[in-house]
Design a protein around this ligand. Structure first.
Ligand SMILES: CC(C)(COP(=O)(O)OP(=O)(O)OC[C@H]1O[C@@H](n2cnc3c(N)ncnc32)[C@H](O)[C@@H]1OP(=O)(O)O)[C@@H](O)C(=O)NCCC(=O)NCCS
Length: 364
C-alpha cells in the first residue's frame, strides 16, 4: 500500500517515465515464463499516454504482444549515510529516490504513419539535437526501414509514481539530513536539498540559508528559472555583449547558482564558476529593486561563499565597478593586479571581429 504523502503527481510520474535513461519492462509469456528487459522508450502524450519502443529491443516480441506488461523506471536522488543522523547505528542509512510504475497491454503498431511517428518520437528523445531528416512513413529515405522495423506500443491503463524524500521523518531528522547533504556537497546535493525543502511546507535549511524576512534563499534553481534570471540580467551594464540565451546557458553551466525568492517570485541571483581547489569566480550578482537595501545581497553572497563548490577554493574572485562596500563586508579586499597584465581573447566559437574579417579576406 503506497502512503499518499509519497505519491507523485501523475504528470510528474509520466515525465519521469519519459525522461528515464531506460525503462524496465516485465511480462509473463504464454508458457508462464516471466520476461524482463531494459528498454529505450519514448512516451507519446495520448490520451491515453502510450509507451513506444522497437520490437527488436525485446527479441521475444511474440511472447509479449497482446499481454499485460509492467513498466518501471526510477531515479536515485541521493544516498543518505546513517552518520548524518546517528553516530553509531547503521539503521538510518537510506536512499532518496523517485520511481514510476505503469501497466498496459503491449500491441504491435502496424500503420506505417503510426510507426514513423513512434520512431520519430524515439529520435526526439535520444537525439534531441536533431540533425536527421524527420522520419516519415513514405519518405524515400525511410519507407523500407519503416516497413521492416517492428514497433510496439503500450497504451497505459495504470500509472503511479512515488518519491521517497524522507517526508515522513521528524523535522529534526530532516534538518540533520539537509545539513549533512550541504556539508557533503556531492554535485547533486544542493538540488536534493531544495527538493527536500519543497516536499514539505517546513523549511529546515542550514544556518547559511538565513535570509532577511520575507525572502528565502535557495542553493539550486530549476532550469526554467534560468530564463527568468537571463531576462533580468540582460540589461546589466556588464552583460552588454551577451544575449539572453548566452546568460541562460551561463547560469545552467555554472558550478554554483543561488537564488532568492519573495512573495512575488525570484528576487535575487548570483552564480560562480570554480575548480574546487585554486580559484572560483563570482558573476551576475543581482537583487530586484523591490528587495534592495535589506541585506538580501549580503545573505545571498554568504550562501554562495558557503556553497560546496566554492568553500574549498583557495581564492574567490569577482569584479565590481561600484559595489565594493557590499563585498568588503564579506571579507573581499581590493587587489592591485599590476604584477600581471590582464590578457584575453575571444573563444573559438566567438571569433574577434578582426579575425573574422581576416578569414573572410583570405577565403577564395
Ligand atoms: C548591488 C546589489 C546586488 C546590492 O543588493 P542589496 O540586497 O541591496 O544589498 P545589501 O542590502 O545586502 O547591501 C549590503 C551593503 O552593500 C552596500 N551596497 C549595496 N549596493 C551598493 C552599491 N551599488 N554601491 C555601494 N554600496 C552598495 C549597501 O549600502 C550595504 O551596506 P550597509 O549594510 O552598510 O548599508 C543590488 O543593488 C543590485 O542588484 N544592483 C544592480 C546590479 C549590480 O550592480 N550588481 C553588482 C555587480 S558587482
Amino acid at each position: 500500500m503506497r502512503r499518499p504523502r509519497l505519491a507523485l503527481d501523475p504528470a510528474d510520474a509520466l515525465a519521469l517515465l519519459g525522461a528515464a535513461s531506460h525503462v524496465n519492462l516485465a511480462w509473463v509469456g504464454p508458457d508462464g515464463r516471466p520476461g524482463l528487459r531494459a528498454l529505450h522508450v519514448a512516451v507519446l502524450p495520448g490520451p491515453p499516454p502510450t509507451v513506444v519502443f522497437h520490437g527488436s529491443e525485446v527479441g521475444e516480441k511474440q511472447a509479449l504482444l497482446g499481454r499485460r506488461v509492467v513498466l518501471q523506471a526510477e531515479e536515485v536522488l541521493a544516498t543518505i549515510p546513517s552518520t548524518f543522523t546517528d553516530p553509531e547505528r547503521a539503521c538510518p542509512a537510506t536512499t532518496y529516490y523517485q520511481s514510476v510504475q505503469a501497466e498496459g497491454v503491449a500491441e504491435e503498431v502496424v500503420a506505417p504513419e503510426a510507426k514513423a511517428a513512434a520512431l520519430e518520437a524515439l529520435m526526439g528523445r535520444f537525439q534531441p539535437q536533431g540533425g536527421h531528416v524527420p522520419i516519415e512513413a513514405h519518405h524515400p529515405l525511410y519507407a523500407k526501414a519503416v516497413a521492416g522495423v517492428q514497433v510496439v506500443a503500450v497504451p497505459l491503463t495504470q500509472l503511479s509514481g512515488k518519491a521517497n524524500l524522507g517526508q515522513a521523518k521528524p523535522i529534526e531528522v530532516r534538518r540533520a539530513i539537509i545539513e549533512g547533504l550541504w556539508r557533503r556537497g556531492l554535485p547533486r546535493d544542493p538540488e536534493v536539498i531544495e527538493r527536500l525543502r519543497a516536499a514539505t511546507d517546513r523549511d529546515p535549511a542550514p544556518p547559511t540559508f538565513f535570509a532577511p524576512s520575507g525572502v528565502t534563499l535557495h542553493a539550486w534553481a530549476p532550469p526554467s528559472d534560468a530564463d527568468v534570471v537571463a531576462a533580468h540580467l540582460a540589461d546589466a551594464y556588464w552583460n552588454s555583449s551577451f544575449s539572453q540565451d548566452d546568460l541562460r546557458r551561463a547560469h545552467l553551466a555554472s558550478a554554483a547558482w543561488v537564488v532568492g525568492r519573495d512573495a512575488e517570485g525570484l528576487c535575487a541571483t548570483a552564480r560562480a564558476i570554480s575548480d574546487d581547489t585554486k580559484h572560483a569566480w563570482i558573476y551576475d550578482v543581482w537583487v530586484h529593486p523591490r528587495a534592495r537595501g535589506r541585506g538580501v545581497a549580503t545573505a545571498l553572497m554568504a550562501l554562495l561563499l558557503d556553497h560546496p563548490r566554492l568553500r574549498g577554493a583557495a581564492k574567490i574572485h569577482l569584479g565590481t565597478r561600484d559595489a565594493q562596500p557590499l563585498y568588503r563586508k564579506l571579507g573581499f579586499e581590493e587587489r592591485e593586479v599590476a604584477r600581471f597584465t590582464h590578457m584575453e581573447r575571444a573563444g573559438a566559437l566567438r571569433p574577434e571581429p578582426s579575425l573574422r574579417a581576416l578569414k573572410t579576406v583570405s577565403e577564395p
